[in-house]
Design a protein around this ligand. Structure first.
Ligand code: HEC
Ligand code: HEC
Ligand code: HEC
Length: 311
């Protein structure tokens, strides 16, 4: 069945274009970066606004510093970049994007208008639901602090091509192990919906809850969108740990989906492990986005090897 909304999915994979560029940029000696970094009280590296970045910057998922605080980057990824990942509407991918002049109000930066729009609940546009209050508050804190640039990357660089973990059956092409596709309607919001697709990317455009974290676990690495993850054992769990060592422990449902929607927001960078009690599979790197399937696509985007696999 062809679902109407694949747009979000493709827009989200756009940053993967930058990965090729990054691979080259990273091959230089990182220690040769100029040392113009000052430390703020919180211990994170901050460069005075207006000065040049000390390391190459690039969009989330590339392992480069976006220049944005990890929190701010996470909010934009979870709530905005399904639309703001290209040229029009204006991109919200890195520091320079946010400091550009607004077209709507040239006396303000995009960052300032973004805050206004989130507060007024006009961005993301309906039927998407507005960001949570704590997300808006984090964004506002950054603006109030004078939008300091964060010179440290929140995500680790993706592994070099061909080194993407256990690539079981890559050559065989995508296969739906369960043999069962999710046939529901996109308008039937349920935790079982659209396994394999990027949950928040669609919710940003079509409505649905602001998931703090959402994704799908599969028995093998390359399973197509809407394929139902086969009969997850009851002890299968996805465990995400945030930068304050808070643990988000999520069961995997009958579609293979896991999610968390209420409660405290995980503060990126995030680490992730899938466990069935005895065995685990851990993500080595850290991420800022809780929209796990945005990278864990059928063939993987932003360096991910493919699906999140059960151990
Ligand atoms: C469903 C697509 C969609 C989503 C999701 C979305 N936007 Fe937008 N945004 C647009 C479009 C289209 C425009 C241009 C038309 C307009 O301003 O209404 C826009 C305009 C803007 C502008 C004005 C740009 C300028 O030049 O002043 C800002 C700022 C903005 N969005 C911020 C956000 C933020 C922050 C989020 C996430 C919390 C978000 N948007 C989510 C579609 C989207
Ligand atoms: C193609 C678009 C699309 C994708 C992809 C999608 N959703 Fe949804 N989802 C929606 C829409 C639209 C709604 C709101 C429908 C409604 O109000 O009943 C929704 C609502 C929901 C709800 C709310 C149900 C309730 O009881 O309030 C949950 C939970 C949910 N989605 C989970 C997910 C998860 C988990 C994923 C990813 C594995 C996902 N969705 C992927 C479109 C999507
Ligand atoms: C920005 C892209 C990106 C996002 C978002 C992302 N991942 Fe990953 N993930 C990767 C990459 C790249 C790898 C392979 C390298 C590594 O392990 O760090 C990976 C590997 C993994 C692995 C190990 C795979 C294996 O078979 O060994 C697990 C488990 C995992 N991710 C879970 C998650 C979960 C859960 C989320 C959502 C909270 C998530 N990922 C979000 C990029 C991403």
């Amino acid at each position: 069945m062809e679902l109407p909304v694949r747009r979000a999915f493709f827009v989200l994979t756009l940053p993967s274009l930058a990965v090729a560029v990054v691979a080259i940029a990273c091959s230089g000696d990182p220690s040769s970066a100029p040392e113009d970094v000052t430390r703020d009280d919180a211990g994170s590296s901050v460069i005075p606004p207006g000065s040049k970045p000390s390391e190459p910057s690039g969009p989330a998922g590339t392992g480069l510093a976006t220049g944005l605080p990890c929190d701010v980057q996470g909010i934009l990824e979870n709530r905005c970049i399904a639309c703001h990942g290209g040229d029009d509407p204006p991109p919200l991918l890195d520091y320079d994007d946010l400091k550009a002049k607004s077209k709507k109000d040239p006396t303000k930066t995009i960052a300032e208008v973004a805050l206004d729009e989130m507060r007024a609940k006009t961005m993301p546009p309906t039927p998407a639901v507005p960001p949570e209050d704590d997300e808006i508050a984090s964004f506002e804190e950054w603006i109030d602090a004078g939008t300091p640039r964060n010179s440290t990357a929140c995500t680790d660089p993706p592994p070099p091509a061909g080194d993407g973990g256990t690539d079981a059956g890559a050559d065989a092409g995508p296969k739906c192990t369960s043999g069962q596709m999710w046939m529901g309607d996109d308008d039937d919001g349920t935790p079982l919906m659209n396994p394999g697709e990027a949950c928040n990317a669609c919710h940003q455009q079509q409505g649905g809850p602001n998931l703090r974290i959402g994704g799908t676990v599969y028995p093998s690495l390359h399973e197509p969108d809407d394929c139902i993850g086969s009969a997850p054992p009851p002890q299968l769990r996805v465990v995400v740990t945030d930068s304050r060592n808070r643990v988000f422990n999520m069961p995997v449902n009958a579609s293979g989906n896991f999610l968390t929607r209420n409660g405290e927001r995980p503060r990126p960078p995030l680490r992730a492990v899938v466990t069935n009690g005895q065995q685990t599979r851990a993500m080595v790197g850290t991420v800022t986005s809780g929209d796990c399937n945005s990278c864990h696509t059928v063939n993987g985007a932003n360096g991910a090897p493919g699906r999140i696999m059960a151990p």
